[in-house]
Write a new protein. Sequence first.
Length: 228
Amino acid sequence: MTTETAAALLLIAVPIAFNVTFTLLARSFSYPDILRQPAGTILTRFSAGGTPLVVQWWAFALTALLMVPVVALVASLFVEGPLRTLALLTGLLSALVQTLGLMRWPFVVPLLARRYLDPTAMQGQRDSTELIFDALHRYLGVGVGEHLGYLLTGSWTILTGALIIGSTVMPIWLGWLAIPIGVALLIGALEFVGPNESTGWSVAERVTPIAYIAWSLWLIVCGVALLL
């Protein structure tokens, strides 16, 4: 199998896996809408999902990690240079921070849910568990996974688009298409920044899901283009 074929297959497979696991979480856990509910509600719903829900979160986190070989293989298709190096580093960091953000769900949240729903727990323990969950959600979820994740993913998309435009690896129009998709992801990264920290920026909230659907389709089309 050539590097080009391997890159193409992963460009198609990874976004499909991402969207399949995302859909499963949406159906079984009301994700991402449930994230706007109180911590106690989230932990109770999470506990009710049992092992299947934990496995779904683990699989979802792995789809973020699978972007590592995608980024590396895509970068290898282009001529060496500062732009390719920057795209490679940005893409690898994007995969890393999104994986770190998501890994709290299969490994930390189950513990918090057990402690919160422990029938022998005092109200003080439940209150502290809620506070820990909220702090982890804000730092690993909003700060690391979403803010840095969207920021780096958007940057990687724009940089990769520039590489496509300056080469013959893929149709140039795919490079130009990457620019607005990347910008939309950058907008999504600003949802909880500055004056929007407490309640979120409604524009970014609406843009982000559309941007990720477009991003997933762009990846798949890039993969198909490499196979043709």
